[in-house]
Design a protein around this ligand. Structure first.
Ligand SMILES: NC(=O)c1ccc[n+]([C@@H]2O[C@H](COP(=O)([O-])OP(=O)(O)OC[C@H]3O[C@@H](n4cnc5c(N)ncnc54)[C@H](O)[C@@H]3O)[C@@H](O)[C@H]2O)c1
Length: 336
């Protein structure tokens, strides 16, 4: 018996902030994947492409808005997350992608021109741009597009009730590790007395989130979840330092003070160094593929099963990565 060919699903991804560090890594990454020039690593969605008819790389079309008006090749070069040699074979493709002017209402024409089954709006605006983020959420609602908010910004989510949405604030590096380590310390019955986290970041996002006023929402998102996971509030300090020489390659240090058997002190130190956008980009691609699945299934409102991707998920706890991951697996298993 011949098995039926996998269902085709054409997915449009409209990115608010198309020329940013994360967005240009997404677009370049998808182009490299489409040409088979890299392996699909760090993508939770990849094993579900056939079973759940998720969009393949050659079925994903990008568009979006930016105030910079730079094409995606120039944006990728400026953001310098992916080296020039790796960009060479996809140069022409990236150079052809130019952002729409900020907030231009072009979604319907984009959907028609590319015969898209679903168009997802992905918010990657700078931290603190609440009013502009709401504009893009309104455009998503107007055109029945699922909406993903990877930023800490307030997007007026209450206006999105009739489409599926997911957010807030991507849980990429330090906070993701915290949501892995804190449940492990709790389940080992170690008593955490203090947790000090610091970050050095030198890209445009770092300039904003390193500012004590503009970065307030980010610090809040990075701080809130620890007490919920442990069940009590240790001394918890989170710092972000804008340090231009680090560029997009973030450095983070965590110092954890705990008490073990007989009240003896135990200390853990975790240091990490990684390009921030390299962690963020595959998560955004997963989110777009998964939320398109939710849209196809007629889901609306907050998608709790996507909480593992966020520092401050709209639905609140659990923040524990493994419990969140079970929610994702359970949702996907229920679709089989
Ligand atoms: N990199 C990560 O690991 C990570 C993790 C969690 C959250 N985030 C969030 O993702 C967002 C994007 O991060 P990034 O590093 O790509 O930032 P970025 O500053 O490099 O990119 C933002 C882009 O938005 C554009 N922009 C500004 N105003 C606009 C408007 N009104 N309309 C359209 N475009 C506009 C800018 O020109 C810029 O190109 C930030 O809010 C950040 O906090 C990033």
């Amino acid at each position: 018996m011949l098995s039926s060919p996998p269902m085709k699903h054409r997915l449009g991804i409209c990115i608010a902030g198309l020329d940013g560090a994360v967005a240009s890594t997404i677009v370049a990454g998808a182009a490299l994947l489409r040409r088979g020039l890299t392996q699909p690593l760090a993508l939770l969605s990849e094993p579900f492409v056939n079973s759940h008819a998720l969009a393949r790389w050659d079925e994903i079309i990008f568009a979006g808005w930016d105030t910079r008006a730079e094409n995606s090749y120039d944006a990728a070069r400026r953001n310098a997350v992916i080296g020039p040699c790796r960009l060479k074979p996809i140069r022409r493709e990236l150079a052809a992608l130019k952002p729409w002017p900020a907030a231009a209402d072009r979604i319907a024409a984009f959907r028609r021109a590319h015969q898209l089954d679903t168009v997802v709006v992905l918010n990657l605006l700078p931290t603190g741009q609440h009013a502009a983020s709401k504009q893009y959420a309104r455009l998503a609602a107007k055109h029945d597009c699922p909406f993903v908010n990877f930023t800490p910004n307030d997007c007026g989510e209450k206006n999105l009730r009739h489409v599926p949405f997911a957010g807030r604030d991507g849980k990429t590096g330090q906070t993701w590790l915290k949501s892995v380590l804190a449940p492990a310390l709790r389940d080992r019955a170690l008593h955490v007395t203090g947790w000090y986290s610091t970050n050095l970041l030198g890209n445009d996002d770092g300039k904003i989130v390193g500012d004590p006023v503009l970065g307030e929402a980010k610090i809040r998102d990075k701080t809130k979840l620890l007490g919920e996971m442990l069940g009590y509030e240790p001394v918890h300090k989170v710092r972000i330092e804008y340090f231009p020489p680090r560029g997009d390659t973030k450095e983070s240090w965590d110092y954890i003070e705990a008490e073990g058997f007989l009240g003896q002190p135990i200390q853990f130190r975790v240091s990490a160094r990684y390009p921030d956008s390299i962690l963020a980009a595959p998560m955004c691609l997963d989110l777009c593929r998964f939320i398109a699945l939710a849209a196809r299934r007629g889901e609306t409102g907050n998608q709790k099963w996507l909480s593992l991707y966020f520092k401050a998920p709209y639905a609140g706890p659990p923040h524990d990565f493994f419990r969140q991951e079970q929610l994702l697996r359970a949702y996907l298993a229920a679709q089989l």
